[in-house]
Design a protein around this ligand. Sequence first.
Ligand code: MN
Length: 371
Amino acid sequence: MHLASEADFDILKLLPAPTNTEEDAGPYFTMGMCYAADPETGEHDITIHRLCVQSKDEISMYFVPGRHLDAFRMKAEAAGKSLPISISIGVDPAIEIGACFEPPTTPLGYDELSVAGSLRNKAVELVECVSVKARAIAHAEIVIEGELLPNVRVREDQNTNTGKAMPEFPGYTGDAKAAIPVIKVKAITHRVHPILQTCIGPSDEHTNMAGIPTEASILQMVERALPGFVLNVHCPSAGTGKYLTVIQIKKRSLNDEGRQRQAALLAFSAFSELKHVILVDEDVDIFDMDDVLWAMTTRYQGDVSTVFIPGVRCHPLDPSSDPRFSPSILDHGIACKTIFDCTVPFALKANFQRSKFKEVDVKRFLPNFRP
Ligand SMILES: [Mn+2]
């Protein structure tokens, strides 16, 4: 245990926060499970945020608009109070997946640790912090304890002036923010010889952490509205985990024609940050992007198989979601949600049978072959 009140306390002497590119605003913690409570209701929320070390005992915290911890922070700030927070690093992956769930699947007031508890069939063990009134993950490698200060903001790149923050999951280095909240660190606790877990964007690790909750959220919502219609959902790494989803459906009658597009609309409402939906039939392997693009090539006509829903708020880290990209985009973060319907019209199913290859009769060529 190291308390910030000790004279030689310095975050970077204790923890090797990595600086991943020349233009990073500073050293970042990228895999911190940030956990805090609503100052009014006591309900908890856990999410992962971009955390930049700003001084020996200060960390800046960036909130994409609408994040639940930010709602807690604003409530505390309105009352002139700081918000106690714990940052647990190096935890059970079930907690990392749970922390990436977002509304409406996990609305404000929903503690995403419940997802982790359900995955493991065992409640997540918590521990009281030593320096602030908050709880942390009991078996974390490292816990940073602190308080989000009211009415204090820093420029994210105040120490480097690079104009940039760090590499984000869409594959671009995000811009440094001009004024973001600050955590005053009060203590750091850790296991003996702790391992500092980190993660870079974009990476399969990052995009899967974003993608698995997206898939689960879409499946849950679509299944409720159209039971049995959607077979599977995949958010591939190429689509950042959050921006693109492939939905596999099965049309069973002429009556199902058009339902696939309804499934896509439901997906957009299940996950507001989703930008592109690719719809495919039951004979397409949604985990093989070659197969998905084959469907887009042979079962899709741009002018009739595409549905544009312009002017919808998606996600601010998509650089094409910007008024400079098109005057039709009114504000940064607004995008055109698009459905790519690569399913075969039900009436034409017979014309789209994939070639059915014969099984190889190995014994014809290798009489002694034993499988
Ligand atoms: Mn939440």
